[in-house]
Design a protein around this ligand. Structure first.
Ligand code: AMP
Length: 484
């Protein structure tokens, strides 16, 4: 991943940048940096095929800082940036600007971020100061243009970062409008993970005789990330997650849920379990998102629960662990999710908690990544009584004992016998059954846990083989493939 033969100094970057790079702890450029930096320093346009995790942000930030600092006029005008970096999301915007700050810390250049969903007035105030580099999402940028608070006539360098995602998110019209506001003579850099016909058309319209660089599309899914699946009934996922976080001492876990509501609920429940957690998704205010991300970065939030969309722009250094609390509906999202770990050469791990209803989703993912993901045995963990809201959400179940069978409905998995769902009902009798099983599983229970499940409802050790083993459906038996 890291190009060992070349150093950053070989690439021709100015000394203040080399110092900042050393401070960041980077020893060698990544392949995209080694290719892109000299090309950008030459002043020509660039078409770069690189996805998140390759070091692409430094690949364009470092040379543009170099160029902008070299030709900086004595008077930089307020509200008239010399460099415009467009990105698809607020998070990415914030992260790119953070890179600008990090690498430009020994340079006098001024930068700011601009994105929607927040009060526009502080941005208007910031635009009254000299500005070299503006990192923006297209929509809010056009709002400023409309209010005449921003003047794009001085842009010397344009960067379209994650251009494919900008097109996916429907920004093409906004981009066209913005391009029309820029001076014709400028340097253009376009970064995209994929090259669809639309991207090629955009590149053709924007770039002038571009140099092309690309790093092989990294097969993140199969190569750098250790992947595993834990087969677990849906209602035990949260307890299992709390257990995994605690028992593995995970300090920085990104957990994916399918819905915003699910993300909120899970984060709240983890907090109740004593696991510092926060949710991040599109319905949160920008300040709540920023706060959650900052907490995650500084270690006060150990578990960040995110939806796919919210997680797209997240760049967190060396994220060691990703958990799929629910599998995504679209298999490609699985690859995006686990791509959050194992970045820039580091290895990471991704574990998926898969219930009986997700067999088809898992099969689709395995087809896409062309490999079977290891099924790991469930560890022993304590299943707590469901909260009232959880009980209310569950469909009514029969109390009649059922034979375990492949593809059985949730609640019949390992860790629950045919009475499993009954034990969740708030009836004394059912609780008694739960407690009895809890005692049966006592040998593996940590000392801190009560022996009887009675005090906790249906507390039991879920990974524990129990007497009624014959009833256990094959679906939740470790190392057994899930059937779609
Ligand atoms: P990016 O692809 O720009 O999102 O970068 C992915 C991660 O790689 C970021 O966390 C960077 O801090 C890190 N990174 C960038 N360049 C290097 C480098 N030369 N050596 C080590 N890490 C790097």
């Amino acid at each position: 991943m890291i190009t060992s033969e070349i150093s950053f100094a070989d690439l021709g970057l100015a000394e203040p940048l080399l110092r900042a790079i050393a401070d960041a702890g980077y020893t060698h450029p990544t392949p995209i940096q080694a290719q892109a930096i000299p090309q950008v320093l030459k002043g020509g346009d660039l078409l770069a095929a690189a996805q998140t995790g390759t070091g692409k942000t430094a690949g364009f930030t470092l040379p543009l800082l170099h160029l902008l600092s070299r030709n900086r006029p004595a008077q930089v005008r307020p509200g008239r940036p010399r460099c415009l970096i467009l990105t698809p999301t607020r998070e990415l915007t914030a992260q790119v600007e953070e890179s600008v700050q990090t690498y430009g810390k020994y340079l006098p250049l001024k930068s700011m971020v601009m994105f929607g969903g927040v009060n526009i007035n502080p941005q208007i105030a910031a635009l009254k100061k000299p500005l070299d580099i503006l990192v923006a999402t297209p929509g809010r940028l056009l709002d400023h243009v409309g209010q005449k608070t921003l003047d794009l006539s001085g842009v010397e360098i344009l960067v379209l970062d994650e251009a494919d995602r900008m097109l996916d998110m429907g920004f093409i019209r906004d981009i066209r409008k913005i391009l029309a506001l820029l001076p014709p003579k400028r340097q253009n850099l376009l970064f995209s993970a994929t090259f669809s016909d639309d991207i090629r058309a955009l590149a053709k319209g924007v770039l002038n005789d571009p140099g092309e660089v690309s790093v092989a599309r990294r097969n993140t899914a199969s190569e750098l990330v250790r992947q595993s699946v834990l087969l677990v009934p849906k209602e035990q996922k949260r307890d299992l997650l709390s257990h995994l976080v605690r028992s593995n001492g995970w300090k920085q876990v990104l957990v994916f849920t399918r819905t915003k509501h699910g993300a909120n609920r899970l984060a709240e429940k983890l907090v109740k379990d004593g696991v510092p957690a926060a949710a991040i998704h599109g319905n949160k205010s920008q300040s709540a998102r920023t706060k959650a991300l900052a907490g995650f970065k500084d270690g006060s939030v150990e578990v960040l629960v995110a939806t796919d969309i919210a997680a797209r722009g997240l760049d967190i250094d060396q994220l060691p662990q990703v958990v799929n609390f629910e599998l995504p509906n679209v298999p490609e999202d699985y690859v995006h999710r686990i791509g959050r770990t194992g970045r820039a050469g580091a290895t990471g791990a991704a574990v998926s908690l898969v219930d009986g209803e997700e067999g088809k989703l898992l099969a689709d993912i395995e087809k896409l990544i062309k490999r079977k993901i290891d099924r790991e045995p469930l560890p022993a963990f304590t299943v707590s009584a469901p909260d009232r809201d959880e009980r209310a959400e569950r469909p009514p179940r029969s109390h009649a004992p059922r034979q375990g069978r492949p593809g059985a409905p949730r609640g019949e998995g390992r860790g629950q016998s045919g009475h499993g769902s009954g034990s969740r009902q708030p009836s004394g009798n059912a609780r008694g059954q739960g407690a009895a099983r809890g005692q049966g599983a006592g040998s593996n229970r940590p000392a801190s846990q009560p022996r009887s499940g009675a005090s906790q409802g249906a507390a039991h050790s879920a990974g524990e083989p129990r007497n009624g083993g014959a009833r256990r459906p094959a679906l939740f038996t470790p190392k057994t493939p899930v059937r779609g």
